[in-house]
Design a protein around this ligand. Structure first.
Ligand code: G6P
Length: 614
């Protein structure tokens, strides 16, 4: 969702950075963009905003010949007010104050009424414009001190936000504030950058400082001139070197990031499995306090959204069968508004690629406020909000995931959840030494099995041609493969806009069977496990109603291709990690259906990568 960039460069034009940075934030999802810079030649803040892609805005910036040593930029995902140029950021108040903003000012209506009564005129329907006018009001009425003006204005706002503010009167300084939304400051040689996401800055510098909630910083080209924390006390934040590789942000020969990320899975999974294969199945992998926490917990609750929710659902099966620990999984946006019964012996786990999904974050805070003492974040983005707010944290080693539809983050989350199940199983005496060796072998072989599944792409591309002409599709699975059916249906919806649903195959006869006819392709995830015969019986129910079956199975499950039954087999039996391998097939199927239908694979309509609003 919305992305922020900003820069002060003593000897260089900031426009290149602002447009490059915004392009690197495009993956988060947005519908308009803009930049504002202080033009020394004209001695005023100049702005360009456009609805649509950053490239359009960049073109307009070139035509207008915008240059400057200080500026801010933004990609906007519409929340308050439609997708229009007046609603796009940056917002300007009276030619004096310009602001970009991520997040939501919850009390913006009251603020707007207050400011209108003071004579401020609004040009947009956004919550952000209240920040611009509010900062200007404080600035003009309280000693023309930009830092103090931002501080006072922020104290009036409720909600989660990150902002960057520049002022016509002082083109050498910028003020940034963080409250609930990510914001970092990065340092070059006599230049300073800000961004909501490190991917925006690493082409320019790797030296970064992550601000904390409540921080307000005064910046100049020399760096951070002043930093106060949420209590108004002077503070310093560590400067770190980002290890994110620039190559991970480029297509590198692939047609789409999603395709690249699907193909990166053998490595991403191997890198993540290394945590357990090198370090052992030990609690310490999850954080310093994990040994004591893991030995006292009696149950687990996992909170997540979207694809991360489906990884959690899959993990539940391993946690209950391998570790014998009761595990519930709940959609974060539901949990946070429920009357929950807190249990200090229950471990709250959040799974999240971005680590900044607002609903997941708020669900975690709610759990903590209700008395849950122990939490573990399974996350892909280093230093993001969820791991920072959790007692324990472990990172997937997927690398940057740019495609909006999550792929390698999902399979690496599964590796961590499997590793957690084995770790807890060992700790609780449910995993023997032989079993432990077996689980380690399974993990060792997993990247190879994924590679085999990738080789199925040509066959899946043939299936895709048929799916692309259908209005909807049904995905079936049983047991631990039911969440993979859910993930398959989600991927098809996200990427191709074809309606898709997933059901536990045994539930077919209680409703969805009524939908089955020759226009409804039915994908069945049917590896050779203890439920295979049950699944086969469910498939008969589909066949008898003229439904066409597309079966994803493994080598020794003896399915025959017949009329109306298409079968693709992974080349080996994969055992306990089979859900991960079958995921590859459903990802590739959706990817190819999207190609046939010509949809925007990496940026599906209406969707965002990081959902930082409710
Ligand atoms: C968005 C993305 C999904 C993702 C979900 C949860 O909806 O488009 O791909 O699964 O957010 O995101 P998280 O970063 O918490 O995993």
């Amino acid at each position: 969702m919305c992305g922020i960039v900003g820069a002060i460069r003593a000897h260089a034009n900031v426009v290149d950075f602002l447009t490059d940075g915004l392009k690197r934030l495009e993956y988060r999802g947005y519908d308009s963009s803009g930049i504002a810079v202080y033009s020394e030649s004209e001695q005023k803040i100049k702005r360009v905003r456009r609805v649509g892609r950053v490239a359009l805005m960049e073109e307009a910036v070139k035509q207008k010949g915008l240059t400057g040593h200080i500026g801010i930029g933004h990609t906007r995902w519409a929340t308050h007010g439609g997708v229009t140029e007046p609603n796009a950021h940056p917002h300007i108040s009276g030619g004096l104050i310009s602001v970009v903003h991520n997040g939501i000012i919850e009390n913006f209506e009251a603020e707007r009424t207050r400011l209108e009564a003071l004579g401020y005129e609004f040009e947009s329907q956004t919550d952000t414009e209240v920040i611009a006018h509010s900062v200007r009001h404080e600035y003009e009425n309280n000693g023309k001190d930009l830092y103090r003006a931002v501080q006072t204005a922020c104290s009036r706002f409720h909600g989660a936000f990150a902002i960057a503010v520049i002022c016509h009167d002082d083109p050498a300084h910028m003020v940034v504030a963080r409250m609930g939304c990510p914001l970092l400051v990065a340092f070059g040689d006599e230049e300073v950058f800000i961004a909501s996401d490190v991917s925006a800055v690493i082409a320019f510098t790797r030296k970064v400082t992550y601000l904390e909630d409540g921080d307000i910083a005064l910046l100049s080209a020399n760096g951070i001139d002043m930093l106060l924390d949420k209590n108004g006390d002077k503070t310093e934040r560590a400067v770190k070197t980002s290890e994110l590789s620039l190559a991970s942000l480029e297509l590198g020969g692939y047609s789409h990031f999603m395709q690249k990320e699907i193909y990166e899975q053998p490595k991403a999974v191997a890198d993540t499995a290394e945590i357990f294969l090198d370090g052992g199945f030990v609690p310490e992998n999850f954080g310093e306090h994990a040994p004591e926490i893991f030995s006292k917990i009696k149950s687990i609750k996992i909170l997540a959204c979207g694809t991360s929710y489906y990884s959690a659902l899959t993990g539940k099966y391993w946690l209950e069968s391998i570790a014998r620990i009761r595990t519930d999984v709940e959609i974060a946006s539901e949990y946070r508004y429920r009357d929950v019964i807190a249990d200090p012996d229950e471990l709250i786990i959040t799974t999240s690629q971005s680590g900044e999904t607002l609903d997941t974050m708020e669900a975690l805070k709610y759990a903590q406020a209700q008395g849950h003492e122990c939490s573990l974040s399974i996350c892909n983005v280093l230093e993001s909000a969820l791991p920072r707010a959790s007692t324990l944290a472990i990172y997937t080693r997927a690398g940057a995931e740019i495609g909006v539809a999550s792929t390698k983050a999902f399979t690496t989350q599964l590796v961590i959840l499997f590793g957690l199940a084995v770790t807890l199983g060992k700790l609780r005496g449910h995993v023997s030494d032989d079993e432990l060796t077996g689980y380690a072998d399974d993990l060792r072989q997993l990247p190879g099995s994924i590679q085999h599944a990738l080789n199925l792409e040509p066959q899946l591309a043939v299936w895709a041609k048929e799916f692309a002409t259908k209005p909807s599709a049904l995905y079936l699975g049983r047991g631990i493969h039911y969440p993979i059916a859910l993930e398959g249906a989600l991927k098809l919806k996200e990427l191709t806009y074809i309606h898709a649903e997933a059901y536990p195959a045994g539930e077919l006869k209680h409703g969805p069977l009524a939908l089955v006819d020759e226009n409804m392709p039915v994908v069945v995830i049917a590896p050779n496990d203890k439920l295979l015969d049950k699944v086969k019986a469910n498939m008969q129910e589909v066949g008898a109603r003229g439904g066409e079956l597309f079966v994803l199975s493994d080598l020794d499950s003896d399915f025959a291709e017949t009329d109306g039954v298409h079968v693709i087999r992974t080349p080996r039996h994969i055992g306990v990690l089979s859900p991960i391998v079958h995921t590859i097939a459903v990802q590739l199927l959706s990817y190819h259906v999207a190609l046939v239908r010509g949809t925007d694979v990496d940026k599906p309509r209406n969707l965002a990568k990081s959902v930082t609003v409710e």
